[in-house]
Design a protein around this ligand. Structure first.
Ligand SMILES: *[C@@H]1O[C@H](CO)[C@@H](O)[C@H](O)[C@H]1NC(C)=O
Ligand SMILES: *[C@@H]1O[C@H](CO)[C@@H](O)[C@H](O)[C@H]1NC(C)=O
Ligand SMILES: *[C@@H]1O[C@H](CO)[C@@H](O)[C@H](O)[C@H]1NC(C)=O
Length: 116
């Protein structure tokens, strides 16, 4: 019975036509805790960090990532390259990441990502 279910789950996974590929960035707070942001690689997402304390931000594999002091990915930004870490990132109130050259989607709310 357990084996049948496992096999079904496997088939369901294989059947997905266009799997969503995620790109990731890590948020590290003053206590050294990490929260990982994940967004669809085919889109650019704006993520509001107004209520999330960030000491460091690490762009793991996003082709393009921008850091903003505004909370809605508008105005001046600082580019964060793939594999690069921004230290002293307390000033960052939003980030946009994913595909380059397309408008960003969101943000959808401003949660504290370390308190969910
Ligand atoms: C860091 O995140 C942890 C949860 O992962 C939380 O308990 C702690 O209060 C946070 N620290 C700061 C300074 O935000
Ligand atoms: C990503 O963008 C494509 C079109 O460019 C859209 O069809 C898709 O729904 C978007 N995905 C998300 C998670 O918004
Ligand atoms: C962006 O930066 C320029 C030069 O530093 C500054 O003059 C301008 O006021 C800034 N714009 C915003 C929206 O912060």
């Amino acid at each position: 019975m357990v084996k049948t279910l496992a096999l079904l789950a496997l088939c369901a996974t294989v059947a997905v036509a266009n799997p969503i590929v995620l790109v990731k960035a890590d948020l590290i707070n003053n206590s050294g805790k990490t929260y990982q942001l994940q967004v669809d690689t085919d889109n650019r997402s704006c993520i509001c960090l107004k209520n999330t304390q960030t000491a460091k931000i690490l762009n793991r594999d996003a082709a393009d990532m921008k850091l903003f002091s505004t909370s809605d990915c508008t105005g001046n930004f600082s580019q964060l390259g793939k594999g690069k870490t921004q230290i002293n990132a307390q000033w960052v109130n939003s980030v946009s990441m994913g595909k380059s050259g397309v408008p960003s989607i969101g943000p959808y709310g401003c949660p504290n990502y370390f308190n969910r």
